[in-house]
Design a protein around this ligand. Sequence first.
Ligand code: ZN
Ligand code: ZN
Length: 522
Amino acid sequence: MRINLNTIDELWDLEKPVISPRSRLFSLEPIGLGTPYVESLTSYIVRLAETHGTTISKLVISEIVPILRPENTSYNTNFYNFSSIGSSTARGALNGTGLMAINLIQALQKLTLRSDLCFLTMLPWAEVIGSQKGLSRHIKAWCPICYEEWHEKGQVIYEPLMWTLDVVKACPHHHQRLQTQCPHCHKQLLPLEEKTRLGYCSKCRGWLGSCLETKQEPSQDELNWQLWVADSIGEVIATAPSLEYFLNQEDLQMTIRRYVSQIFGSCKDFAALIGKSDTIVYEWVWGDKIPQLITSVQISHVLGISLLDFLMGEIVCVNRAWIAKQRQSQKLQKLYLPHTQNFDWEPFRQALITALEEYPPLRMTEVIKRFGFIPTTSFYTRFPELTKALKERYLDYQKAEREQIKSDLIDILLADEYPPPSLEDVARRVGSEYKMNKYFPDLCRKILDKYLAYRKAHKLELSEKRCQQIRQIALELYSTGIEPTNHTVSKRLGKTGILKNKNVQAALRKVRFELGYEKSYT
Ligand SMILES: [Zn+2]
Ligand SMILES: [Zn+2]
C-alpha cells in the first residue's frame, strides 16, 4: 500500500513536540532549600556522584573540572586531578562566597540545569558578610544526634550548609556543640575528599552518628551564645531563596551609618560598645569596608535585633535599656573568644613540648597548622614561654643552616675540583637552591663564573682535539689513495655532526690545501 504523504490527516499533529532541554547530569533536588538546614554545595556533589553510581573523584575529574578549566581542552582528562577543584584544605571555600564557589556553581548549573544551587553556598550574602577569610571551616563539623535521627527515620544523610560555617559552633536542634573529631579514629576530616561519604568518617569509615565523649562541656552562657549565633545564621540561610535581590555592601554601610548616627551619635561610642577600634567603625561608616560575619552577629546581638534584620537594613527601635545592660555586664568581651572558653588546652601544650624535640625544628605556623582551627594569638598569649622557645630554636637552626651553606659554598669555590661543579650540582650538595641564591648571591656568581670559564676552555680544547683527529683521518685517507672530502672523512669518522663545526671545517680545508686539493684554505 502506498501512503500519500501530501494528505495530512487532521488528527496528526506534525508540530515538533516541545522537549525541555536535557541535562547532562541528573537534576538532583537539593535538600532543605529555604530552611536553615539547607544542604551545602559540597554535600550536593557527594550525593550527585552517589546518584550516578560513580565516585566523587570521577564526577569531579571527568565532568566538573573540564568546565572549570576549559583552557586545558587540548589535554585529555588524564591531565586533570582531584585537586583541580581546589586544594584539600581550601575546599571548604566551595560553600563560601568567593570565586571557587562561583565557578563550581556555574559548572554544576550547566551539568544539572538547576538554577537554585547558589543557595547551597553563602554567595547570596557575599556583599554583606565580609571577606571569605574565616567564613568557611577548613575541617568538617557535624551534629552526631542529627545524623543519628536522620538515620533512624530513614532520611537522606547530608551535610547542612550551616555546619560548614566557622561561626556556627552548636546544633540549634539538639543544643549541643558540633563535633570536629571522628569518635572512632579521633581524626579531623576535610570538607571534600575523594573518599568522602556523608555521615561517615573518610579516614576510618566509622559512623559519625555516635558521640565523642568530651570532658569539656561548654558553660551555659557560652552555649546560649552559640545557639543564638546558630539560630541567627540559620534564619539568614533560610531566607536566601526568597530574597528579591541580593543585598549590596552600600546598603549595609548605610544601615551601620544610621544606627551610629541615630543611637550613638559618634563612631567612638559605637566602637566602644561593640569592642572594636574607632578606626574600624570609621572605615565601615565612611570607608569601603564592612564587618565580618561574626562581628555582624555581635552587633545585632548588642542592638537586640536579629542578624537578618541587621543585614537586610531594617532599622528597628532599639531598646536602650537592653544596650545599657549589655554594656554594664560587659558580656561582649566574653563573646569575643567564645570557642576558647573552657577549652582543653592540654593537648596543645603537649604538642608544643613535643615540637621542641623535633628535628629539624618547626616554625610556629607549622605547629599551629597541625590543629588548623586555633587562633594564632591565643597560642602565643597562652604559652608565651613555649612559643618563645620554639621560635628561638627555629631561628637558631635557620642561622646555623645559613652558616653551613656559606661555608659549603666557600669550600666549593676554593677547592681545586676539576671539572668545577655547575650551580645545579652545588645546589644539590648544599641542599637548598633557593637559600643559597637568596643569601649568598655573590658566592653563587663566583661559582658560576668559574664553571663558565671551565666550559669555555673545555669547548676550545675539545675543538682542537677534533681538528687534530680530522687532520689525522685526512692524512690516512690520502695515504691510501682516497681524497679526503666531507663525505669520506665523516664516513671514516662514523659521525657527521662534527664536520658542521666551523673550526673543524677550516682544519679539513687546511689539510686539503696542504695535500694540493685546494688552492687556498682561508
Ligand atoms: Zn543536631
Ligand atoms: Zn574516623
